[in-house]
Design a protein around this ligand. Structure first.
Ligand code: HEM
Ligand code: HEM
Length: 289
């Protein structure tokens, strides 16, 4: 997706959107209404209608995106056009309103529109930067491969713990069961580690951020153990260090993914708010005409 959405087919949609802007500005320049330019002149109505049609078409993208059997162009081409015409819309509507704003529902629609466009720009910036960071962090592996590696480490830890007394097995089981990757988008975004562990001999669980508590406990046991057990505990520690590194990678992966998704939580509801305000704007304009 990255650069190709902006550079799609020789930037054809950039040129098309620029052409639209030039035509609208020229019309505004040439037009000579008998009143200050505003949404109520003939050109004002024409530009308002154009703006409303653009908004409906931009919203349509959400439906188009999910219709994989459609033959009306690639999603990439649509997204490229969406971005350029989404920005051009700002000019169309400014000219429509003749740069006049008051404390009314017209201006409310305008504010929502600007917020949708701003969130869209933010989204494009994210799409340009994040995929590279995602693959860099994954180091060539896919997320499911990282998760497979995690599972493998857990399996090996259980096996190694079998060679040690019962408390070590409980320790490993508790550590695995209470390791959390962040279930909500917010937790993932903030890279919150809510992992806990119940250490042998303790009735309650303790925070196990970055597997720190587990590492400390193992180190303590290792210092007390006889030579034979110490080697096995060292093996367990090495596995845990690998797990910690992998967990960090998976968490970063989820954080970046959440960053890619979060702006849509603004873009889409703001689109709904814009449509409501726009409808009200159009209805009131015709009621009070
Ligand atoms: C079918 C489409 C549209 C029609 C018929 C229409 C009509 C009008 C009319 C008649 C006015 C002048 C109102 C007045 O002076 O009291 C106006 C102003 C305005 N319109 Fe539209 N409009 C349309 C679409 C849009 C769109 C898409 C937006 C932006 C989201 C928008 C934002 C505004 C703004 C900000 C004003 C200026 C308000 C003010 O002067 O306080 N309009 N529109
Ligand atoms: C008022 C103007 C706009 C409206 C009404 C609008 C509306 C929408 C809607 C409904 C979607 C579909 C989201 C979904 O269902 O997942 C979408 C996606 C998107 N919009 Fe906009 N948009 C507007 C302007 C913009 C602008 C100006 C940009 C960028 C500069 C932009 C960037 C994007 C991107 C990158 C997506 C794709 C999201 C994805 O596929 O993950 N939008 N937009």
């Amino acid at each position: 997706m990255q650069t190709s959405i902006l550079a799609f087919r020789g930037r054809r949609y950039l040129w098309a959107a620029l052409a639209l802007i030039v035509i609208c500005i020229a019309a505004y320049w040439i037009d000579d209404p008998q009143e200050p330019p505003n949404g109520g002149t003939l050109l004002g109505y024409a530009l308002g209608t154009l703006g409303a049609l653009l908004i409906v078409w931009l919203t349509w993208f959400g439906i188009r995106k999910r219709n994989y059997t459609s033959t009306s162009g690639s999603v990439q081409g649509w997204l490229s056009a969406h971005v350029y015409f989404g920005v051009a819309l700002l000019v169309v509507v400014l000219l429509h309103a003749g740069f006049q704003f008051g404390w009314n529902v017209h201006t409310l629609a305008f504010v929502f529109m600007v917020l949708v466009i701003a969130s869209g720009l933010y989204g494009v910036a994210i799409y340009m930067r994040y995929p590279e960071r995602l693959s860099e962090n994954r180091g060539g592996a896919s997320r499911s491969e990282l998760l497979d590696q995690l599972e493998d480490i857990d399996r090996r830890s259980r096996r190694v713990a079998q060679k040690l007394p019962e408390p070590f097995q409980e320790f490993v089981t508790s550590g695995i069961r209470r390791t959390e990757l962040g279930s909500t988008l917010w937790q993932r975004l903030r890279n919150e580690d809510r992992s806990r562990i119940q250490l042998p001999g303790s009735a309650t669980t303790v925070a196990n951020q970055g597997q720190e508590a587990a590492m400390d406990w193992l180190a303590e046991q290792q210092s007390r153990a006889d030579a034979d057990s110490a080697t096995t505990i060292a093996e367990l520690s090495a596995l845990l260090r690998n797990k910690r590194k992998l967990l960090r990678q998976v968490r970063e992966d989820l954080r970046l993914q959440a960053g890619i998704e979060i702006w849509l939580y603004a873009h889409v509801p703001l689109t709904a708010a814009l449509l409501m305000a726009l409808l009200t704007h159009i209805v009131t304009v015709f009621l009070y005409w």
